[in-house]
Design a protein around this ligand. Structure first.
Ligand code: HEM
Length: 141
């Protein structure tokens, strides 16, 4: 069944997926879409109501506005307002850039935790060895 009128059911399981290419077409004041946190919003009717003005929204039209949206530090009210304009999800293929960043951060985290574990272990081994030598020398004298 087609769920065209998606205003009151914000469910991801039967969400419509849009490609970045498709979203880019909706970049004018008569037809404005935005991506925020991988979700797609049709904010055409919200442009005039936005307390921050329509210019800032139009600058991001047809593109990913997550960073600008977060930079402003929008209230919970503003976040709840988003739901009214939800039309679907950003296509998985177009999310790669974001998740690659995450993977990069996680890998560098992993390698640093490896070295933080290795250095104390080596230090402990050296101290243990010196202690054994000291005890042995003490016994023989
Ligand atoms: C559809 C998405 C958006 C919604 C629903 C929204 C909603 C709101 C709301 C309700 C406020 C009032 C303050 C608050 O409650 O936080 C606000 C303020 C503001 N918004 Fe947005 N906003 C959206 C997107 C954006 C984007 C993408 C930008 C930046 C490029 C932006 C820039 C601003 C600015 C600068 C203010 C502050 C206005 C002032 O205090 O003078 N907003 N927005």
């Amino acid at each position: 069944m087609e769920d065209e009128n998606n205003t009151d059911s914000v469910s991801e399981s039967n969400a419509k997926y849009y490609t970045l290419e498709e979203i880019k077409q909706h970049n004018m004041s008569k037809d404005t879409w935005l991506i925020i946190h991988d979700k797609v919003y049709d904010i055409t009717s919200f442009l005039e109501e936005h307390p921050g003005g329509e210019e800032v929204l139009l600058e991001q039209a047809g593109a990913d506005a997550t960073e600008s949206f977060e930079d402003v530090g929008h209230s919970t009210d503003a976040r709840e307002m988003l739901q009214q304009y939800y039309i679907g999800e950003l296509h998985m293929d177009d999310r790669n850039k974001e998740s690659n960043k995450d993977i990069f951060i996680t890998t560098s985290d992993n390698s640093s935790s490896w070295t933080t574990w290795l250095i104390p272990a080596l230090a402990a081994a050296v101290v243990g060895l010196m202690y054994r030598l000291y005890v042995q020398e003490h016994k023989s004298s």
